[in-house]
Ligand binder design. Sequence first.
Ligand SMILES: *Cc1c(COP(=O)(O)O)cnc(C)c1O
Length: 410
Amino acid sequence: MTDATQVPFLDIVTPHMELEEELCSVFKAALRTAGFVGGPMVENFETEFADFCDTRYCVGVSSGTDALRFALIAAGVSPGSIVITVPNSFIATTEAITQAGAVPYFVDIDERTYNMDPAKLREFLETECVTVDGGLRTVHTNTGAHVAAVVPVHLYGQMADMDSILELAERFNLEVVEDACQAHGARYFSQKASCWKTAGSLGTAAAFSFYPGKNLGACGEAGAVTTNDRELANKVRMLRDHGQSRKYFHDIEGYNGRLDSIQAGILKTKLRHLDEWNTKRQANAARYDDLLGAHPDSLKLPYEPSWSRAVYHLYVVQVANRDGLQQQLTSAGIGTGIHYPIPLHLQRAYRSLTYEPGAFPVTEAAATRILSLPMYPNLTFEQQQRVAEQLLQAVARTPEGQLTMAAGTI
Ligand SMILES: *Cc1c(COP(=O)(O)O)cnc(C)c1O
């Protein structure tokens, strides 16, 4: 199983083989009751995941995308309003905003953490928006649209700088919906509360994905919304189930966005291992840091601020000549990924938003240089040595190996 010459980018087979019997017993239990949708398996998982995130409520839904969309709608984002997020994310972040009827606006990221730069958020709010109604609402000056919410994305398993974002959100009356789809169990030290907080417990609500490759993955599609707000949790419960308050009493129009009980049972089983898996990811990240840390000019490693405890959904480095380097690694049997090659504002799907190249230079520069290395709990030391050896050789072979050069355009 640990052929050290081939290092796959992901291994989601091994953990399932280790838990095979337990996982199969979930399926058998579901067969015996035919309770496939809703029921105690879903409720049990919700209770345990809320515990894990230090929130009062968790509502299981059918995907991370639905979780984001339902959280935004339940938080009061209404059609025509603006929701601010970052261009360095998976498209689900902005799809959910659009599907809630709002328009995504972007602010650039911090070049070291790849997450929302609070200074850019402040600049957008202070220079392009005004507060009205005695400070109760913020309006975008050019369009007159209500600025309703901000979606910080905790990318690669590391949380955004939430104190600063929450402070701005309070000042400008914005809802905060955390995109925690890559950050199950990540922590943030809040100066304001003077304690560590868990991803999903800081905003008005948060969205999690349990897509198979995530730190906590289902054997299929699944997601969840976490919140401390009872009303909001109830609203999400209605939204996921056709707007029903009880069977066939539809208070609003909703969606078919429920978490099925087999996935919930599987997630509950796997949740017991999540802390241990995250600890292994962190240990693997520290090993990569050691193996790769001697070449700061040609290889930029992930940066973890002192206020962050990242769970390394991905281990992302920056290199010059990234595409050539990725090819060399592929030839050497080492799987890598790029998260993400095209910033959202430059995707064809968002042509109508009329952003031009150059609009978000930090994201755009990162998009040409970032490379995600193999990262999973059961990655072995030998595999990491092999990755490091091949990566360092490829970097040394790269003619324009300096990251500081002026090139780096899209
Ligand atoms: C995976 C992911 C999503 C979407 O989750 P799905 O379960 O695939 O719908 C949203 N945002 C981010 C940042 C993600 O990584």
